[in-house]
Design a protein around this ligand. Structure first.
Ligand SMILES: C[S@@+](CC[C@H](N)C(=O)[O-])C[C@H]1O[C@@H](n2cnc3c(N)ncnc32)[C@H](O)[C@@H]1O
Length: 364
């Protein structure tokens, strides 16, 4: 039996579960903006590019998977957009009038709070639903079984923190930083190499699982260039967070060793890096790649702090324990109050949302 590599990637950093004040469910409106921004392009992509003939008769069902679904609710919106678009495509088509059944797979790490997700499935959904735990950097589905893959806000998470950056003997040791923002070249390279390897694993797995003619719609936060500096809003946020942790280290709330060993497994690829990964893989044709504008970027101090906490609270908690998390984000919101530019993303956002549409080609 071929190695499906599902268990090779033990690192996972799920969003904060449940439906409480700090949960992803309550604090993912910013990410929802991405899904909303992509609604029309995905609809158009499906109408123009989805090949109804890629369904295998007599099964005649459409299998859709959302990768990195978290606990909701954005995943439900994304999936509904896809189902509506396919229905619309059938309505436009002359020779196929019977709309097939939809089976939707919701994927995330096994440590994701799937119970919260399952409890909030929309009651009137037009699809059958199932959860699929496991890393999307490995195989998740049988060969040639999925017609449409979707993923939003998830392909910025690396499968792991690059090894070298926690190795004191390495030139890439990332002492005193929690990310590669404004870091030396070796650190940036370690991150970008990890991303390239992860994308390769991701594309190999999806290339096996998609039917020929199947589509993959990806929404990825991206930066114009490989080098990150605090010119990018997300990086300034991470620097602020880093400075809060450093302050806490100075007053003895966390140890120097503990601070030095934390690194966020987040990466913001440039369009060029992504194109290179797709071209290396060769299993997909690039049907579209475009930057999307995000409509609602109005975050206030509280919502920005809570959004970051819902996303990164889990990583910090895993590393430092849960006693310091309130303190970290208290300090973060106080610092944020003195950095008002971060709150006006319309003017200051240089991290963009990239929409990529890939189509699975026949094997060479
Ligand atoms: C920011 S949330 C995005 C959730 C949702 N797609 C949205 O747009 O609101 C990122 C999700 O990706 C998941 N994720 C990250 N790496 C993953 C991996 N290798 N395999 C499966 N899920 C992963 C995380 O656990 C998290 O739930």
């Amino acid at each position: 039996m071929e190695d499906k590599r599902n268990n090779e990637f033990p690192e996972s950093y799920p969003m904060t579960g449940g439906v409480g004040a700090y949960s992803y469910v309550q604090n993912s409106k910013y990410q929802r903006g991405y899904v909303e921004a992509a609604k029309e392009v995905i609809k158009e992509a499906i109408v123009k590019k989805f090949d109804i003939n890629c369904l295998s008769a007599p099964l005649n069902s459409i299998f859709v998977a959302d990768l990195g679904c978290s606990t909701g609710p954005n995943t439900f919106l994304a999936v509904q957009n896809i189902v509506d678009a396919i229905e619309h495509k059938y309505q436009l088509s002359e020779d196929r009038d019977e709309i097939p059944e939809f089976q939707v797979f919701f994927n995330d790490h096994a440590s994701n709070d799937f119970n919260t997700l399952f409890k909030s499935f929309p009651p009137k959904r037009k699809y059958l639903a199932a959860g699929v735990p496991g890393s999307f950097y490995g195989r998740l589905f049988p060969k040639a079984s999925i017609h449409i893959f979707h993923s939003s806000n998830s392909l910025n998470w690396l499968s792991r923190v690059p090894k070298e950056i926690t190795d004191k003997t390495s030139r890439a040791w990332n002492k005193g930083r929690i990310h590669y923002t404004n870091a030396p070249k070796d650190v940036v390279e370690a991150y970008s190499t990890q991303y390239a390897m992860d994308m390769e694993s991701f594309l190999i797995a999806r290339g096996e699982e998609l039917v020929v003619g199947g589509l993959m719609a990806l929404l990825i936060a991206s930066v114009p260039d490989v080098i990150l500096s605090s010119d990018f809003t997300i990086c300034t946020e991470l620097e602020l967070l880093e400075s809060c942790l450093m302050d806490m280290e100075k007053v003895g709330l966390i140890s120097e060793a503990n601070l030095d060993s934390i690194n966020l497994p987040l990466y913001f690829p440039s369009p060029k890096e992504l194109m290179a990964a797709f071209e290396r893989n060769r299993r997909f044709s690039i049907e579209g790649i475009q930057e999307l504008g995000i409509q609602d970027k109005q975050l206030n101090l509280q919502s920005l702090t809570l959004t970051l906490r819902a996303g990164l609270g889990g990583v910090l908690e895993k590393h430092f324990g849960n006693n310091i998390i309130d303190e970290v984000f208290d300090r973060f919101s106080k610092k944020l109050a003195t950095t008002p530019t971060l709150l006006n993303l319309n003017e200051n956002q240089k991290t963009s949302l990239l929409f990529v549409l890939l189509k699975c080609k026949p094997n060479d």
